[in-house]
Design a protein around this ligand. Structure first.
Ligand SMILES: [Zn+2]
Length: 417
């Protein structure tokens, strides 16, 4: 079976230019003793908006790996695919994030619900999980509720998994199931039964992406109580450990955090918990690389700076349209956005420091950063120009991409000093 390493990172690269800089960050972490498997992920939505194909991501990853003479495993992730969208990813991907969020809450048939409840009946009463101080109290009504909410979704995960397996061959790819793009978090007890359901479907699950409490807004820090998140994360981790043995799931099954980028407040907690249990982690950082490209162009000045300002102006004007697909994962206060006329007067330093995620810098503007995060479509509309600017300013842009992944993400998460 293709096995994902203990530590892995999803490094999205919307415009396909930064794989080298991203890989350099991974290689440098390896030199510090932290081996991370790079996974280039791109969702169907991103491909549609940018006009790329999964084969482009494969080509980019292969070329970067070859150029760096990187000899370790790496993957190309068909991110957030479902039954309808998986088709075009089959060839180029060897990691599939099966997104069942849309199926959650759809009711499975009565017969299936009954069958599940019969199998799960032995967990009724006090369900104790090693390491978790308080047992979960499981009643028939609870099992029924969980089955009504999640059974259909896990059955669909099975259907999608088998579709991929049939086309690619068993063991030829890594399977993740994601349920993070929903309004309500899954509780640790729900996660236990979800894992049971996925094992009944015989899915060789290597990562699972639950929805956690708090808000995971795009490109900015966590909104919520990091201590409560830590407790939830640790409980989920213990549930997974228990479920792996109980349900005979793959030994290396681990949590996948779809971070929406930059959840710096959580990194020290995640880091210390995975080290405490010697557990693995998959961290998706999604759009952070795109934001670094914009930062680099702002820093470069001249026509590149003008391009960023013009893009901000269009984003400001089209804010509702840009934000609509991301309603659950952004929170922009319009009154805190500077007007485009004001931004037009800014210099490189002022604009880049508004975008760079440094909470200590008084210029940092998280509302503006979120808006730019979802505004990549606007660069796609001026693609030729944008790519030319990236090429012309390659040094400054790739330095931003590298520094961000290495210093802000990897060092903080894995405790590299
Ligand atoms: Zn996600």
């Amino acid at each position: 079976m293709k096995k994902l390493g203990k530590y892995s990172m999803g490094i999205g690269d919307r415009f396909g230019r930064q794989a080298g800089a991203q890989l350099k960050a991974i290689i440098d972490a390896g030199k510090k003793g932290v081996e991370i498997t790079p996974v280039w992920n791109k969702s169907n939505r991103e491909h549609i908006i940018i006009g790329t194909e999964p084969a482009d991501v494969r080509k980019e990853a292969d070329e970067a790996v070859k150029a760096a003479k990187f000899k370790k495993p790496y993957f190309v992730d068909a991110d957030h695919i479902n039954f309808d969208t998986v088709g075009r990813f089959i060839e180029a991907s060897d990691f599939f994030t099966i997104d069942v969020a849309a199926y959650i809450g759809q009711r499975a048939c009565e017969e299936d619900i009954k069958a599940f409840m019969k199998k799960a009946a032995k967990y009724k009463g006090k369900l104790r999980i090693q390491g978790i101080p308080k047992p979960f109290n499981i009643t028939s009504a609870y099992l029924k509720k969980v089955a009504e909410k999640y059974l259909f979704a896990t059955k669909m995960a099975g259907v999608i998994y088998r579709k991929i397996e049939k086309l690619k061959g068993a063991g030829k790819f890594v399977t993740e199931v994601s349920m993070d793009e929903v309004p309500d978090p899954q509780t640790p007890a729900e996660l236990f039964f979800i894992l049971m359901m996925l094992s009944i479907e015989n899915i060789p699950l290597q990562t699972i992406a639950p929805k956690f409490q708090g808000r995971f807004n795009k490109g900015v820090d966590y909104v919520g109580n990091p201590e409560l998140f830590a407790l939830e994360f640790e409980t989920d981790l213990l549930v997974i450990r228990h479920a792996v043995k109980l349900f005979k799931l793959p030994e290396n099954l681990k949590i996948s955090v779809h971070s929406g980028s930059d959840k710096f407040a959580l990194y020290p907690h995640i880091g210390s918990i995975i080290r405490k249990y010697d557990a693995g982690i998959h961290l998706k950082t999604a759009g952070t690389t795109w934001l670094e490209e914009v930062t680099g162009l702002a820093m470069a000045g001249g026509e590149a700076l003008t391009f960023v300002k013009e893009m901000y102006k269009s984003a400001y004007e089209k804010i509702d349209e840009l934000c609509a697909p991301y309603a659950d994962v952004i929170d922009i206060k319009k009154e805190r956005l500077p007007s485009p006329a004001e931004v037009m007067k800014w210099d490189s330093e002022k604009l880049s420091s508004a975008i760079i995620h440094d909470a200590k810098n008084p210029n940092y503007n998280p509302d503006m950063r979120q808006l730019i995060h979802v505004g990549y479509k606007l660069a796609a509309l001026r693609m030729k120009e944008y790519l030319e600017l990236l090429d012309k300013n390659k040094d400054v842009v790739s330095r931003c991409v590298y520094e961000n992944i290495y210093s802000r993400h990897i060092c903080r998460l894995f405790g590299i000093g």
